[in-house]
Design a protein around this ligand. Structure first.
Ligand code: PMP
Length: 432
């Protein structure tokens, strides 16, 4: 057994001063049980904890680290930028360089605004869509996550047109009621809602590849259908590509599936592991933003020099030929290895993957939306998670998250992971 003594000590201390001992809830292992592991350092695909244990990491800081941990180019760029000054509150050249690259690669983005988190990006994109259309309602998909924006932390209420109900205390019911919910991958449901309320809807926001209920690809024709419906009602279509942006291709999911939204939100990869977010899209909509237009949004650390150069270094690495083919191959190897391990052990799973993001769902039926994802056996996932952790493979501490492969992973590490999964799946089968 690996020792986690120091980790336990530090987590006990953290509990004294931080709610749940963490600064973001899912880190707390609530979905799998046990105490979180306190990390000390990482390089490439390997994480090291405070007790000296090592893990091949498939969390990748929840998506940003597509080059792996502490890549030399990013570290060098950040150190050099820090020496020049960590924040100016005034324009810098690097912001324009990064903005230009984003505009160049992401089909929908003609102009872009940099912010400091994914939450800030989605919150601001929704305000912009409301300001642009003069309408209040927002449609979102059940099971998609867009950060902790008040109006998006909602669950399905009752009724034909499903008005949102708050799923956290602290969110006024009146705010949640401005959000309507539809199932992911169900264009007919969107059509029905629009037939009733379409003229009052400012925007439809979704993850084009769902990543926050586990990975769920869009069904054939789904993105095309919602593009057509939103266009018909003058609804701003927002793709939340905070995870998929620069992950499933340089142009994100919109490029991969050939569907162009009106606005796009980004984060994670474009900050190279530093805090960042961005939203952008059609020039006429972006022109509504302050100081050019009347829709207000601002940020003291927006376009921060360290985050900007880190993001630039990451994007430049991703522009190299063959990079996405490599990610695709590593992703396929991992998904196949894990699925085979489950099959050999007689454990039913469904493996969903798009490029280098994937989820193994412990269920027999296809996982296409939140309802089917939720029918997965989370206890089996927990048993699998802990068995893998003990063998030195770090996956997300929840069934409903993505595993991410980076360019730093090697086929050998992934093969070792598949072998560990073979042993772990036997434990899962025995656990019932
Ligand atoms: N959108 C999506 C699709 C996300 O996955 C996340 C975070 N995981 C966010 C928005 C919010 O980003 P942040 O945590 O940086 O606020």
């Amino acid at each position: 057994m690996r020792s986690h003594d120091r980790s336990k000590e530090l987590f006990a201390e953290a509990l004294e001063v931080m709610p749940g001992g963490v600064n973001s809830p899912v880190r707390a292992f609530g979905g799998v049980g046990g105490d979180p592991i306190v990390m000390r350092k990482a390089k490439g695909a390997v994480l090291a904890d405070v007790d000296g244990n090592e893990y091949v990491d498939f969390v990748s800081s929840w998506g940003p680290l597509i080059l792996g941990h502490a890549p030399e180019t990013v570290v060098k760029a950040v150190c050099e930028a820090a020496a020049r000054g960590t924040s100016f509150g005034a324009p810098t050249e690097a912001e324009t360089t990064l903005a230009r690259k984003i505009c160049e690669h992401v089909p929908s983005i003609e102009r872009v605004r940099l912010v400091s988190s994914g939450t800030e990006a989605t919150m601001s994109a929704i305000r912009l869509a409301r300001g642009y259309t003069g309408r209040d309602l927002v449609i979102k998909c059940e099971g998609c996550y867009h950060g902790h924006v008040d109006g998006l932390l909602v669950q399905a209420g009752s009724g034909l047109t499903t008005f949102g109900a708050p799923n956290s205390p602290g969110i006024p019911a009146a705010q949640a009621e401005q959000t309507l919910l539809v199932p992911f991958n169900d264009a007919d449901a969107l059509k029905t809602v629009c037939e009733e309320r379409g003229e009052d809807v400012a925007c439809f926001i979704l993850e084009p590849v769902a990543g926050n209920m586990g990975v769920i690809p869009p069904a054939e024709g789904y993105l095309q259908a919602i593009r057509e419906i939103t266009q018909r009602y003058g609804i701003v279509l927002i793709f939340d590509e905070v995870i998929t942006g620069f992950r499933v291709g340089l142009g994100g999911a919109q490029s991969r599936y050939g569907v162009t939204p009106d606005l796009t939100t980004l984060g994670k990869i474009i900050g190279g592991g530093l805090p960042v977010g961005a939203y952008g899209g059609r020039a006429d909509i972006m022109a509504e933003l302050s100081p050019e237009g009347p829709v207000y949004q601002a940020g003291t650390l927006s376009g921060n020099p360290l985050a900007t150069v880190a993001g630039l270094a990451a994007v430049e690495a991703l522009e190299q030929p063959g990079v996405y083919d490599k990610l695709e191959a590593l992703g396929a190897q991992l998904a196949q290895g894990l699925a085979q391990a489950a099959k050999d052990a007689g454990v039913p799973v469904r493996s969903n993957r798009v490029g280098s993001m994937m989820t193994i769902f412990f269920t027999e039926e296809p996982v296409t939306d939140y309802a089917t994802a939720k029918r997965s056996n989370a206890d089996r996932y927990a048993a699998y998670f802990h068995a893998m952790l003990e063998r030195g493979f770090y996956f997300a501490p929840s069934q409903f998250e993505a595993a991410f492969v980076s360019l730093a992973h090697t086929p050998e590490q992934i093969e070792a992971c598949a072998n560990a999964a073979s042993e772990s799946m036997k434990k899962v089968a025995n656990a019932g």
